[in-house]
Design a protein around this ligand. Structure first.
Ligand code: HEC
Length: 90
């Protein structure tokens, strides 16, 4: 919907998405004790890495790494996730 597409990205909604879609593999928030693999970058690591800008995250998530399940995230979900991860930066 056009009106939704122009809304600012919502980090809180992004957190919900991360818990739902990403937390089986990645450590996505401080509410989460464990993820399947400690060797995967947590969302804190990603947020701290200056190489991962919100733009780069959005591009990455629009075409996920093959090892990640096909998630069919919409543009709004992607923007919200990128905003959430960005919000974890120290
Ligand atoms: C089924 C497990 C799985 C799920 C679910 C998953 N990921 Fe991943 N993700 C991986 C793996 C494995 C890698 C490492 C890929 C590699 O580097 O080869 C990765 C890498 C990444 C990277 C790149 C990190 C880096 O430094 O290279 C980002 C960003 C990322 N995932 C974000 C997400 C987001 C956002 C979600 C939820 C929408 C998500 N992932 C869901 C398994 C998963």
């Amino acid at each position: 919907m056009q009106s939704q597409a122009v809304q600012a990205a919502d980090a809180a909604a992004g957190k919900d998405l991360a818990l739902q879609w990403c937390s089986s593999c990645h450590l996505v928030s401080e509410d989460q004790a464990t993820a399947s693999s400690v060797s995967l970058p947590s969302f804190y690591d990603i947020a701290k890495d200056p190489g991962w800008t919100e733009e780069k995250l959005a591009t990455f998530l629009a075409d996920p790494h093959p090892i990640m399940p096909s998630m069919n995230l919409g543009n709004i979900e992607i923007a919200n996730l990128a905003a959430y991860i960005g919000s974890l930066a120290p």
